[in-house]
Design a binder for this molecule. Structure first.
Ligand code: RRO
Length: 311
């Protein structure tokens, strides 16, 4: 009776839960484990024009309240993920997927998207505008002029379904300014949020990851209020054709419920998936369905975006 099925653009998914880019998605083997789990889809590790080693290890650490990482965009190159997704799509009953990509420059991003455009891949693409961990490369979506120019250039010739992964914003004026830019373009979705960039976690007297003297992206419990605020702020501001994917601090059905209440159409799990493994999708789905049954909701549409305010 109760369903957690959802849609992003013209794509349908049996379950709204999936991995967040960066977790369980570096190799085909990891991606197949998500494919075979209760997750409704998967997103690949962000692929660049050519493969990258990333930053020195240790570069990911779990903490009591979440995680810190400075992976530095290690990946097998976007062709590896594009070829794998095109291969998977040949099997009937295959789920729809998300290919995450970004170039190390606007020109590289254009080259990647041109290749995807010319390929037979017809799934979703998530352009990562928010990696916090490549030394010397700022998080693109904190620079509104650069972001506007990049999106204008992309949509002058790219016509396949495309969304963007955003960093968290922390000011109402920034929500307004960012949404005004995104509303100019035929984006299929925005994904809120990437990790909170450049936090610092200390154990005894020492940092706990090696790159950047310990600075790294923060995920997990720390970031749920920020993630929910970003999901809801963009849900309130974006044109209805741009859907929201909610990411940040999801480890229970209640967390997923709150993201959907704030307006999310799909919900991604990062830190908690890293800690618990792909079986987390079955647990969180069951917990979400239990809440829906208690409240008399049969579908996500019955409560999506229906956050209540005080009088
Ligand atoms: O690889 C990373 O260091 C990384 C990326 Br690309 C990202 O988008 N978010 C993050 O927390 N880490």
């Amino acid at each position: 009776m109760v369903s957690t099925a959802t849609q992003i653009g013209s794509f349908t998914f049996d379950n709204c839960l999936m991995n967040a880019a960066g977790v369980y998605c570096m190799t085909k083997e990891e991606l197949l484990k998500i494919e075979q789990s209760q997750a409704g889809s998967f997103v690949t590790k962000t692929g660049t024009l050519t493969a990258r080693q990333g930053n020195p290890e240790p570069r990911y650490a779990d903490t009591n309240l979440g995680s810190i990482n400075s992976m530095g965009l290690p990946n097998h190159g976007f062709h590896y993920y594009l070829d794998f997704l095109s291969e998977l799509a040949k099997h009937k009953d295959s789920k729809s997927h998300f290919l995450s990509v970004v170039g190390m420059s606007p020109a590289e991003t254009k080259t990647i998207l041109k290749t995807i455009m010319a390929s037979d891949y017809d799934g979703l693409v998530e352009l990562n505008l928010s990696c916090p961990n490549v030394p010397g490369k700022p998080q693109i979506a904190y620079d509104f002029d650069t972001t506007d120019q990049l999106l204008e250039s992309i949509f002058s010739d790219y016509t396949k379904p495309l969304g963007i992964k955003l960093p968290p914003y922390f000011d109402i004026v920034h929500f307004d300014q960012a949404a005004a830019i995104f509303n100019k373009y035929p984006l299929t979705f925005v994904n809120c949020v990437n990790s909170i960039g450049n936090g610092l976690v200390i154990d005894d007297e020492q940092v706990i990851i090696k790159p950047k003297n310990g600075f790294g992206g923060i995920g997990g419990d720390y970031i749920k209020p920020t993630a929910l605020a970003n999901v809801h702020a963009f849900y309130q501001r974006l044109k209805p054709s741009i859907q929201i994917i909610g990411t940040g601090g999801v480890k229970t059905g209640r967390d997923a419920f709150e993201h959907i209440l704030c307006g999310a159409s799909m919900v991604q799990i990062g830190t908690a998936l890293h800690q618990e493994g792909p079986a987390i999708f079955e647990r969180v789905t069951t917990e979400l369905k239990t809440i829906m049954i208690q409240k008399g909701y049969q579908r996500l549409e019955d409560f999506r975006g229906q956050l209540k305010y005080m009088a």
